[in-house]
Design a protein around this ligand. Structure first.
Ligand code: G3I
Length: 370
């Protein structure tokens, strides 16, 4: 599906006759990347303000998806992560295949290590993600279950996981990517096939029962465009709210590409339409892919910086948007290499040697803008 995500972005581009730069400016040759101290250097207290300093000052969360293997084996990764961010999302450690690899056998060790790291560094952990069509263990993906059995499995899972982290995790991506990119209808999954469309209502209600204090989100990609996808997600959320389902917010993943991205008026309009439903908006998985660029890399990195800076400014402009999470933070570790097999892509805000890219500087400027 990650490939579909990428091809979805490509498809949207072709269909929507993508616009120019978000800011409408011609790409200028970016300033030389700010040369950072050698990665091993630990920023002194008097060093330049980090993203975390700037976000704390604005009382917003700025975070990154965490690759647990890198966290446990790459000291620079851990240092930069805690220096620069005040929020973290587990990239894979809290998915169904990680937490219940065998029926009834809950394995929380890795996810607990993630939560402990977050709390040790004063960072807000996000629960990602309870219900998805992907990252399912073979016993579930390939099993044959009645509706009642599948409901039991899902309720047991949500209840045990949310209860396990009660008091430690207070924001959950309850349902992830349940709307079809092209039709705007509910997308195929074992949950839809086995339980029916009300699996989504059930998931939110079970999560709320397990932790009434938790903020519960629906999370998806492609909702920054004027598209059937956006309309489908909007309609889903409207229905949940009308049925009194306990939902607090929507995660806009913001997986973007330097060659095609929506005009900024559409991004803002969609954010405002979600906000007008009474929902919080979190930017949950932002990255800006660079592969297959048609211009030179310095120009590509400038376009990337414009996109990052524009989306951060958009979030700051929408009162109920108070969290911006990037899907990773260094080009050394990105799903785009491992999952999309685009090894030359540079989608994130630090390069593979933990040096700031123009995107980092654009985010700093956006966070400094009153
Ligand atoms: O841990 C195993 C390893 O033991 C094995 O050798 C290796 C090769 O098969 O696979 C490893 O698991 C991989 C896992 O990432 C950890 O690296 C899975 O195959 C791989 O599918 C998984 O990909 C993750 C994907 O979600 C599915 O969980 C990506 O890293 C992660 O970035 C991606 O994140 C999703 C969000 O959760 C939802 N939104 C879209 C986003 C991108 O697809």
């Amino acid at each position: 599906m990650r490939r579909q995500l990428f091809s979805c972005i490509l498809l949207i581009c072709i269909l929507s006759a993508c616009s120019g730069l978000p800011t409408g400016q011609q790409p200028a040759t970016p300033q030389a990347t700010t040369v950072q101290k050698a990665p091993h250097a630990t920023p002194t207290h008097k060093g330049p303000k980090t993203l975390r300093d700037l976000a704390d000052a604005r009382h917003i969360h700025i975070g990154a998806a965490v690759n647990l293997d890198a966290l446990q084996h790459d000291h620079d990764y851990s240092r930069v992560l805690s220096d620069e961010f005040n929020a973290v999302t587990p990239e894979t450690a809290m998915k169904f295949d990680a937490l219940q690899p065998q029926p009834g056998d809950y394995t929380f060790q890795q996810a607990d290590a993630f939560v402990n790291y977050a709390h040790q560094h004063g960072m807000v952990p996000r629960g990602h993600t309870l219900v998805w069509y992907s990252a399912l263990p073979p016993w579930l993906q390939n099993g044959s279950y009645s509706r009642d059995q599948l409901m039991y499995i899902l309720k047991d899972y949500i209840t045990k996981v949310v209860t396990h982290y009660k008091g430690q995790i207070n924001v959950w991506d309850v349902v992830n990517e349940a709307v079809d990119d092209d039709t705007g209808q509910l997308s195929d999954s074992i949950w839809l096939r086995g339980i029916g469309p009300d699996y989504i209502d059930m998931a939110f209600r079970w999560a709320h029962e397990a932790n009434p204090q938790a903020q519960l989100f629906y999370n998806d990609y492609g909702t920054e465009w004027s598209s059937k996808k956006f309309d489908g997600v909007y309609s889903l959320l409207q229905g949940l709210i009308q049925r009194g389902v306990p939902i607090n917010g929507v995660g806009m993943q913001m997986h973007m590409h330097t060659q095609f991205y929506p005009d900024n008026a559409t991004v803002l309009q969609n954010m405002q339409r979600f906000a007008d439903l009474g929902l919080k908006i979190d930017i949950t998985e932002m990255d800006v892919l660079t592969s297959e660029t048609k211009v030179d890399m310095p120009t590509t990195l400038k376009i990337q910086a414009d996109i990052y800076g524009t989306v951060v400014k958009d979030c700051l402009q929408i009162k109920v948007c108070q969290s911006i999470v990037f899907w990773g933070f260094t080009d050394r570790y990105t799903w785009v290499h491992s999952d999309l097999h685009r090894d030359s892509d540079q989608p994130l805000i630090f390069d593979k040697d933990y040096r700031h890219k123009p995107a980092y500087d654009a985010i700093v400027q956006a966070l400094k803008t009153p």
